[in-house]
Design a protein around this ligand. Structure first.
Ligand code: CA
Length: 232
């Protein structure tokens, strides 16, 4: 497979140069943009595999760039932001970002996120239209609505099953509380977030027979949840 093309959107030259050097050293192909307008243009002209997007841009908010790209493409977008406030990350994720990194980040962290995203892309390509999802010992047959851990069928409530499907269909992507509660209950009230926590806890409990499967559901405190692909 060709090395993936990465679009780096960053207005701060030292940070942009650091990212460019890192990507070059690890054999990624890359293009860059220093503002939102350029980012949208580069994304539509070159169809990069992954976009690394700074949220604080001179001409528009990074979230606007996400909304624009999402109106015509599902290309993975990893948000890179100096802002530590969860609200910005949540807004970016709700607009359609896949993942986030907080500045300052290490080169290793950046490379790990890129590898995870590339892996997710290849899984998505393989499993497109597949009615069965597998991740380690976990198996979900979307057509029959059944899930198993190894040979044992999982006995899930409808809401637990729905959550498991949402997480698995978006494996590798951080799903916000708002996204999950709206998908399950059609609303996003405080009460629903509290219920969501309870359902996620019982779902994890049922997955505990396979510790890898229970651990593969990550909690992002104050933000949401993500299912990771188990290496195998
Ligand atoms: Ca910036």
């Amino acid at each position: 497979m060709n090395k993936p093309l990465i679009l780096v959107v960053e207005d701060d030259p030292p940070v942009r140069n650091l990212m460019a050097t890192t990507l070059k050293a690890h054999d990624y192909r890359f293009i860059s943009a220093k503002n939102g307008t350029e980012a949208i243009m580069e994304a539509s002209t070159h169809s990069p595999e992954i976009v690394l997007l700074d949220l604080g841009l001179p001409d528009m908010d990074g979230t606007e760039v996400i909304r624009n790209i999402r109106s015509w493409s599902n290309m993975p977008i990893i948000v890179i932001s100096a802002r530590s406030e969860d609200a910005d990350k949540i807004e970016a994720l709700d607009a359609g970002a896949d993942d986030y990194l907080t500045k300052p980040f290490s080169v290793e962290e950046l490379l790990a996120r890129l590898r995870a995203t590339v892996r997710r892309l290849s899984i998505a390509a393989e499993s497109q239209d597949s009615p069965v999802f597998t991740n380690g010992e976990l198996k979900i047959d979307y057509a029959s609505g059944c899930a198993w851990l190894g040979a044992g069928e999982l006995h899930l409530t409808p809401i637990e099953y729905k959550l498991l499907c949402l997480l698995s269909r978006n494996v590798g992507k951080v799903l916000t509380h708002k996204y999950l509660t709206q998908s399950v209950w059609g609303s996003a009230w405080e009460n629903d977030v509290a219920s969501l926590r309870v359902y996620m806890a019982t779902l994890r409990k049922k997955l505990e027979r396979s510790p890898d499967s229970a651990r593969c559901i990550q909690t992002h405190v104050g933000i949401g949840y993500r299912m990771l692909k188990i290496e195998g």
